[in-house]
Ligand binder design. Structure first.
Ligand code: GDD
Length: 435
């Protein structure tokens, strides 16, 4: 892959947010290929060989969350994931009246005869997984019935634990309703390119789609951003600006469902429920490590956190789930920003006005509390989680070497719990080291 270096970077304490990077060549050849004489001068472009991407993919799990999607779509998505990645399908599909999960398993068995992939599937509501959460001291994602809660985030959290237990160093997410296997392939290549280039062990890469095709007046129109994303990005950027004192448009991937990160980062951030999980990545990293609020981890602070945003080349075409779905996703994104102890009062007002204007809240209504927060996975006792899964159908994949693992019984709290109200916050301008 040949990819431009980020032109801009915003710094928020030790957190670096890199500007969107453009891909110039999806495949830039093998490692040993001789460099063109002028190559070294073109420092604005990085060439990442096929082998280097593959090296990252050998250490990467790709999680595919699925809930009642068409099997044909799933088949395409699986076909697009590069061979070296381990694939974890986490399903919350209906079991009744039609057992859609069984259909998914059948389809997977059938596909496995043709595809040669390391892949397994787990149902989010499986009693064994709920038991593993209980045994491991991570009951936060369980509901009153003792089952893992529904939601994309909850499925992602579970599969992050599974990926860790599989010994993976990186984890990436790909939605199961993508129409273009070629886009799926590209996203994973871009995850690998960014994580290969990362200087910190705590890094994340998010895909900014090149375009999202729609039919407008009987013609194809390639829209640049999704409807929810525009608002989320704007407000996230305003939040950054309110601390740095400079206007910015650096964040272009506030809602990015397609993203990947190092396992070190995945274990050290808090999560929020449902579709708010992606914007909350930004919020939580700024809360935990931005330097404004006490940080729970000195090592993360020292190494810094790097966000990369890569503009993909393929158009992004996925199942359309309707207006109400997009509205609730957008409202949840606004809620996690609004509820952050970092969010200044003036921005809270702006968020409410935006939600009133878009009809996502009634005029004068307060922000409802719909989002749940889950603490970082350092709270999970991984040994106990693994033991509980000894009889799982996918137990053979859980081969991480835990011989040196010591559970520190996570003293870490939710970043949101570290301050009670905004009054307790130190002056951010004194705290931040803006380089
Ligand atoms: N395991 C699991 N559990 N998977 C789920 C659940 C659940 O409760 N709910 C949804 N999924 C799966 C879907 O089957 C799909 O593959 C993926 O999660 C994304 O869900 P969609 O409902 O299709 O979301 P979307 O396409 O509208 O939004 C996507 O893009 C947004 C950015 O525009 C998601 O990735 C969002 O998280 C993202 O913000």
């Amino acid at each position: 892959m040949r990819i431009e270096i980020p032109r801009e970077v915003e710094r928020f304490g030790p957190v670096q947010i890199h500007d969107v990077q453009k891909v110039w060549e999806l495949d830039a050849g093998l490692k040993l290929k001789e460099l063109e004489p002028k190559e070294k001068e073109r420092r604005v472009i990085t060439r990442i060989s096929y082998e280097s991407l593959q090296d990252i993919q050998e250490q990467m799990a790709i999680v595919v969350p699925i809930k009642d999607e068409k099997i044909k779509l799933l088949e395409g998505v699986l076909a697009g994931i590069p061979h070296e990645c381990l694939v974890i399908l986490v399903s919350n599909s209906k079991r009744e009246p039609v057992d859609r999960y069984k259909i998914e398993m059948d389809a997977l068995n059938h596909m496995s005869k043709f595809m040669k992939k390391d892949i397994f599937i787990a149902h989010q509501k499986a009693p064994l997984l709920a038991q593993a959460c209980k045994d491991a001291g991570y009951e936060y994602i369980l509901d009153d019935k003792g089952e893992v809660r529904s939601g994309k985030a909850e499925g992602m959290i579970l599969s992050t634990i599974l990926a860790y237990l599989c010994g993976k160093k990186y984890i990436g997410f790909i939605d199961s309703d993508n129409y273009f296997p070629g886009a799926v392939y590209e996203y994973v290549q871009e995850y690998s390119a960014a994580l290969y280039s990362a200087k910190s062990d705590y890094s994340m890469v998010r895909i900014a789609w090149h375009s999202k095709p729609k039919i407008v007046e009987s013609s194809l129109f390639f829209a640049k951003r999704g409807r929810a994303s525009e608002h989320t990005n704007k407000v996230l950027n305003m939040l950054m600006s309110s601390y740095t004192g400079y206007g910015t448009e650096i964040i272009k991937t506030g809602n990015a469902g397609e993203h990947a990160m190092s396992m070190d980062l995945a274990l050290n951030i808090d999560y929020s429920s449902g579709y708010s999980i992606e914007p909350y990545h930004y919020i939580n990293v700024l809360e935990r490590f931005g330097g404004v609020i006490d940080s729970p981890s000195a090592d993360v602070m020292k190494q810094g956190i790097q966000f990369f945003q890569i503009e993909s080349r393929n158009p992004h075409l996925h199942e359309v789930k309707g207006d109400e779905h997009v509205k609730s996703m957008s409202r949840e994104a606004m809620e996690v920003i609004y509820r952050s102890p970092l969010c200044p009062d003036h921005l809270k007002q702006e968020i409410l006005i935006d939600l009133y204007n878009r009809g996502l809240l009634k005029e004068g209504e307060e922000m409802p509390e719909t989002v749940r927060y889950y603490p970082a996975l350092t709270k999970v006792n991984m040994l106990k989680f693994k033991q509980a899964l000894a009889k799982a159908s996918f137990a053979e994949f859980l081969k991480a070497d835990l011989s040196k693992y010591k559970h520190k019984n996570g003293k870490k709290k939710l970043a949101r719990e570290t301050v009670k109200s905004k009054d307790h916050l130190p002056d951010p301008h004194e705290q931040l080291e803006i380089k």
